[in-house]
Design a protein around this ligand. Structure first.
Ligand code: HXC
Length: 268
């Protein structure tokens, strides 16, 4: 679908996207790039990164990939420094890396719970803190009048409760707190905006195929009139809004992009 935004709305910006090699993260990388940004993507799997970077480059996007795991502070630091060295500045950080699996709480080990907290919550915090110096107004290599922007990919499942996703619910609740607290502290001190997006069910993503197999989707459609499936494009357009000057007065919010789905209950 054609973008409603001007193609140069992000011209001159540099965006670093964790989990940018696949799913929603890749679509955000693609659309930020198509709207003028240079793109660095971070991910754990070399072959996924390589394929994603090639795909971005074939669209004429300046793109580079850095292997790394957001759970490791040294990886976060290295990837952020490498992005800065490669492009000369960093304006946008998108935290899209996430882990997930369905498991009843009684069968979930502490390490399983911690693993998802480590990726989604601790990983998001680590990336934000390591990127801070670069995102500050007048930060290293920046000569900008305003600070940079952070976007954290969240979810809606913790607004109510979700079957078999206690770990993800807890992790995304923490992500939303991180968004608000950093928006307050860094928005005030450094003019950095920190926002989130809470996607609903999105077609062709690991989230949908892992968490809502076809039989669940079919049932949901029968029982929940509000159940619609969105496209990765919908999330990426919201991302452009939030990280561009279109959203320059938006700080500390997590935008629900789900066609109204969470307003009805999550069912078993
Ligand atoms: C129960 C599980 C499990 C499962 C892992 N564990 N998978 N427990 N059921 N299906 C437990 C393990 O037993 C282990 O605990 C601990 O978690 C760590 O597992 P590892 O395999 O060692 O971890 P790792 O290799 O680091 O893998 C991380 C992962 C994996 C999260 C477990 O699934 C992953 O990386 N997936 C790819 C990312 C992904 O799924 N992205 C989609 C996100 S969608 P023990 O106690 O045995 O040591 C999304 C949507 C959210 O985020 C919102 C939706 C509404």
């Amino acid at each position: 679908m054609e973008s409603p935004f001007k193609a140069d709305i992000l011209k001159g910006k540099v965006g670093l996207i964790t989990g940018g090699g696949s799913g929603i993260g890749f679509e955000i990388s693609t659309q930020l790039g198509k709207h003028g940004a240079s793109i660095a993507i971070m991910g754990r799997r070399k072959h996924v990164l390589q394929a994603a970077v090639s795909a971005l480059q074939s669209l004429g996007i300046h793109a580079v990939g850095f292997e790394g795991d957001v759970r490791k502070q040294e990886d976060a630091k290295r990837v952020i420094e490498s992005t800065f060295k490669h492009f000369g500045h960093i304006d946008i950080l998108v935290n899209a890396a996430a882990g997930n699996f369905l498991v009843p709480a009684e069968d979930l080990s502490t390490n399983g719970f911690r693993t998802v907290m480590d990726i989604d919550s601790v990983g998001t915090f680590t990336m934000c803190r390591e990127a801070l110096e670069y995102l500050k107004k007048g930060g290293r290599g920046r000569n900008s009048q305003s600070g940079g922007s952070i976007l954290n990919i969240s979810a809606t499942l913790h607004y109510t409760a979700s079957w078999y996703q206690i770990h993800v619910s807890a992790a995304k609740a923490a992500v939303d707190s991180i968004t608000r607290n950093l928006a307050l502290e860094w928005g005030t001190d450094y003019d950095i905006r920190v926002n989130g997006i809470a996607p609903g069910p999105i077609a062709d993503t690991p989230g949908l195929s892992k968490l809502a197999p076809d039989e669940i989707t079919i049932k949901a459609r029968e029982h929940l009139p509000s159940y619609k499936i969105g496209d990765k494009w919908d999330i990426a357009m919201s991302a452009i809004y939030l990280v561009s000057d279109a959203g320059k007065f938006v700080n500390g919010t997590t935008l629900v992009v789900d066609g109204g789905h969470w307003l009805s209950h999550h069912r078993r």
